[in-house]
Design a binder for this molecule. Structure first.
Ligand SMILES: Cc1ncc(COP(=O)(O)O)c(C=O)c1O
Length: 394
């Protein structure tokens, strides 16, 4: 007799299941990085530095480990790190978040974004997303059962289309996702944009999720317009940032979210069953390192020098430069060189010229074609010089 006869019959196809994210396949970042490695191309595709972080931050984390900070920290994060984050936001943007109830440390900005979306969006809710946008936004909305409502920003200046934004709002709109400084375009929100946004949202109960991971990379003396500077916006906002970007440690995956206490209480309900908490020694090390504001205060100058050198080099090529007010990305128009589609041009550039870039079309649902690719200039000066030498051949 079959001993398992009392068990339910196994499913017809035990190795398969209906996908929660049926439209997600291999991303262009993976494809381009693999191609760059295969062709030995200079990889200006994926957005991460090819230089090391400050040894003092590594020492601060090692010190924390040696001191025995190796067990679970509090769910919302190590208190001294939350206090350092609150103090930084108060000093830079003039808003006081309570470190106990309004700041949570996350496993990178990606988890902060997912958790904020999961706690704010109910099945059937609409979420307005400005495209082009970072690739985690749409799958996160889908996982929450929400409906993404894309509003396109348009080349070459990618300014906020407030008329189309207003037209996209319906009684089902629950959340608006914004990103400044903006990946991939390098544009930033200005004070007047924030004022118009506050006017648009006044009288609605729409929440705002503001992705500010490039907050310390704003150039030419301009100010980062954190939504936390604007009381009418801050009271309805989750504000997200990432230590990975600020301290050249993208692999550490530590970020944070700031939000008013009532929103944060809901965020933490999801966070505690999502990751529960974030690794302890990193948090202690980051808190100690944050005691000196210079690394983040000087970051804009550091990257501005790279941006200027890269733009000066590109001005000798047939690429047309788009403005780059923030982030470590430079978008270029290649239509004077080729009429290929963006993905084809990026692959050709990688294979034939030896420089990897990302097509901007990859950041739009439906892949809008504008003849643009994105380069990342968070690279050593030698790396950028080699890339420029190759691009000049075009
Ligand atoms: C706009 C934007 N948001 C979020 C992230 C993710 O940040 P983290 O690595 O801290 O998860 C990135 C990383 O590239 C990004 O460009």
């Amino acid at each position: 007799m079959n001993p398992d006869a009392s068990l339910p019959a196994p499913p017809a196809h035990p190795g398969t299941l209906p996908s929660r994210l049926p439209n997600v396949g291999t991303t262009i970042f993976t494809v381009m990085s693999a191609l760059a490695a295969e062709k030995n191309a200079v990889n200006l595709g994926q957005g991460f530095p090819d230089f090391d972080c400050d040894p003092r931050i590594v020492e601060a984390v090692s010190h924390a480990m040696r001191e025995g900070w190796n067990q679970y920290p509090p769910m919302a994060g190590v208190p001294k790190l939350r206090q350092a984050i609150a103090a930084k936001i108060a000093a830079l943007y003039g808003r006081d978040y309570d470190a106990d109830s309004e700041i949570t440390v996350t496993a990178g900005a990606t988890q902060a974004l997912l958790t904020a979306i999961l706690c704010a969006v109910h099945p059937g809710d609409e979420v307005i997303v400005l495209e082009p946008c970072y690739d985690s936004y749409l799958p996160a909305i889908e996982l929450a059962g929400g409906k993404a409502v894309p509003v396109a920003l348009e080349a070459p200046d990618f300014r906020i289309p407030f008329d189309r934004l207003a037209a996209a709002i319906t009684p089902r709109t629950r959340l608006l996702l914004i990103n400044t400084p903006h990946n991939p375009t390098g544009t930033i929100w200005r004070e007047d944009d924030m004022r118009q946004l506050a006017e648009l949202l006044a009288g609605t109960d729409i929440l705002l999720l503001s992705d500010e991971v490039y907050e310390h990379m704003v150039y030419d003396g301009q100010l980062h317009q954190s939504v936390s500077r604007h009381p009418e916006l801050a009271r309805r906002s989750f504000v997200v940032s990432s230590f990975g970007k600020t301290y050249h440690v993208t692999g550490w995956k530590v970020g944070y979210v700031a939000a008013p206490a009532a929103l944060m209480a809901e965020f933490r309900k999801v966070h505690q069953f999502n990751v529960f908490t974030v690794n302890t020694p990193m948090q202690h090390g980051l808190a100690d390192y944050m005691a000196d504001p210079q690394p983040y205060v000087q970051l804009a100058g550091f990257y501005q020098a790279k941006r200027d050198a890269f733009r000066a080099g590109l001005s000798d090529t047939r690429f047309q430069l788009l403005p780059a007010d923030g982030t470590y990305f430079q978008c270029v128009d290649y239509t004077a060189i080729s009429d290929m589609k963006e993905a084809d041009f990026a692959m050709w550039l990688t294979s034939e010229i030896g420089v990897a870039a990302i097509p901007v079309s990859a950041f739009y649902t439906g892949g809008r074609e504008s003849g643009l690719v994105r380069f990342c200039f968070a690279k050593r000066d030698e790396t950028l010089a080699l890339a420029l030498e190759r691009l000049r051949r075009l």
